[in-house]
Design a protein around this ligand. Structure first.
Ligand SMILES: *Cc1c(COP(=O)(O)O)cnc(C)c1O
Length: 482
């Protein structure tokens, strides 16, 4: 047995003498099996009680507690957490339809527990196969989304960081064309940059700030009438106006209000006449590929230079997890390389330390690997098809309620709707708050084409037809209140 295994076996001699750390830590160490058993039982109770808890909470903070001096051991900590914090947590229920929120599949949960248990740092392959598991998972996801082999994937914490990484590689590509390296010389060497997009997600704008390109680098391109999808003719005009200067185009596959899709093939075809980097934000929209009737929405995704997909949304793995794909891993490594004498050189097949914003990080791929291994392409396609059908069902119910009106057809998994009469921001907030207070559902407010509205987004595998009925019922109820 090597030392690592040895550390996991219960100690038989007295605590507190051999190791560093306090007595309470060694006492816990001696009771690891019991502690994990208690944690398991607590987790099982939480999951079994999901349906009985209010879906979301209007937070009331507990009284502040000082930093513990001596500590109360893991069991004491669990009791404190259960008493002070857990009652105020939102339940990961199938009626939580705010933002775009995934659930956690049983296999993903198992993978997540083991991620903490094994505590691997997939930064480099010097000591573990963990990075290879991550490579295998990235290849599976590439296959799942139908991307060509030139696209290589890297795990990041969320779609924001995936958009950030894609735009960072795009920035380096612009430098390559202009004969400079922003990674080496700084963004000032690059000069002004134009980023064109129809309905960019807020995280794209945030990324431009973080990249030193500036939020004002984004130029919003005209949309198709009544749509959130870019008007490709208008995009062509904007590119014409650049007079051959290279640019970045952010195409959107699945907008958050109405899940609209840019025509990726038409956008990509513009590269015949205009030099631009094509980044696609397909945070949750990429999953359309798993539904035969909707796969055409993402046709052309493989032609992108970089692609962003969130995994803690529709793959139903726990936070935090997303993937970034690009066909220019060389430029990615130029941006993110982290040279140190004790690390491997960048080389042709760089370690992850040279490919992502973080250096040390958790083995985020493991929960994704578990859920893909457990349910496969078919199982995950079933989750997508079910969410799409449930969203359509809620859309039909809402369309039939005189109190509400749909603001867009239900294209995939989001229902965007508003009050039929005077949908002021205050009234929408009132309705949203009343829904939250009921404990029956959670929906988030938005504004669509200037109209205050509500969204119900379906991406949790747990959501059922019965949930949709309850959501429809509470919507009906809160609308009929004065
Ligand atoms: C959710 C989302 C993001 C940001 O994702 P995070 O996981 O919150 O970082 C970006 N783009 C789109 C289209 C999204 O739906």
């Amino acid at each position: 047995m090597d030392a690592r295994h040895d550390a996991g076996t219960p100690r038989t001699h007295g605590p507190s003498h051999t190791g560093g750390g306090p007595r309470s830590l060694w006492a816990d160490h001696d009771r690891v099996p019991e502690l994990l058993e208690a944690t398991r039982a607590y987790a099982v109770r939480l999951l079994a009680g999901l349906g009985d808890r209010p879906v979301a909470r209007t937070p009331v903070r507990p009284a502040p507690a000082p930093l513990p001096e001596a500590g109360i051991g893991a069991e004491g900590a669990m009791e404190e957490f259960a008493r002070r914090w857990e009652p105020g947590f939102a339940a990961g229920s199938g009626r939580y339809l705010g933002f775009v929120t995934g659930g956690v599949t049983p296999a993903a949960l198992a993978g997540d527990w083991l991620t903490g248990t094994l505590d691997q740092n997939p930064t480099s392959g010097l000591d573990s196969l963990a990075p290879d598991l991550e490579r295998e998972t990235a290849a599976w996801l590439r296959d799942l989304f139908g991307l060509p082999p030139e696209h290589e994937g890297t795990f990041v914490s969320g779609a924001t960081m995936s958009n950030f990484a894609g735009l960072a590689v795009a920035r380096e590509w612009l430098g390559e064309l202009r004969g400079v390296s922003p990674a080496e010389e700084g963004v000032a060497a690059l000069g002004p940059v134009t980023v064109l997009s129809g309905s960019p997600h807020s995280s794209v704008v945030k990324s431009l700030s973080m990249l030193g390109l500036g939020r004002s680098a984004i130029r919003r391109v005209g949309l198709l009438p009544g749509r959130e999808a870019v008007d490709v003719d208008r995009l062509a005009e904007e590119l014409d106006r650049l007079d051959g200067a290279p640019a970045i185009v952010v195409a959107n596959s699945g907008t958050v209000n109405t899940v609209d899709y840019d025509d990726l093939r038409a956008v990509a075809a513009l590269r015949e006449h205009h030099p631009f980097w094509l980044h696609v934000d397909a945070a949750f929209g990429a999953f359309a590929v798993l539904s035969p009737e909707h796969a055409h929405l993402v046709a052309g995704l493989g032609e992108a230079d970089s692609v962003c997909v969130d995994l803690h949304k529709w793959l139903n793995v726990p936070y935090d997890s997303a993937i970034h794909f690009t066909r220019r891993r060389d430029l990615q490594a130029r941006v993110f390389q982290n040279s140190a004498v004790y690390l491997t050189p960048v080389g042709d097949d760089p370690d992850f330390v040279h490919l992502t914003p973080e250096n040390s990080r958790r083995l985020r791929a493991l929960p994704a690997w578990f859920t893909l291994a457990a349910y496969g392409r078919e199982g995950h396609a079933e989750i997508v098809r079910s969410c799409v059908a449930l969203a359509a069902g809620l859309g039909e119910r809402i369309a039939a309620m005189p109190a509400y009106r749909l603001l867009a057809p239900v294209r995939l998994n989001v229902v965007c709707f508003t009050l039929a009469a005077s949908p002021t921001p205050a009234r929408i907030d009132e309705v949203a708050a009343a829904i939250t207070k009921s404990g029956e559902a959670f929906l988030t407010p938005t504004v669509h084409e200037g109209v205050p509205a509500l969204r119900a987004a379906f991406s949790n595998w747990r959501t059922t037809e019965a949930d949709v009925e309850r959501v429809a019922k509470i919507l009906q109820e809160v609308a009929s209140r004065p």
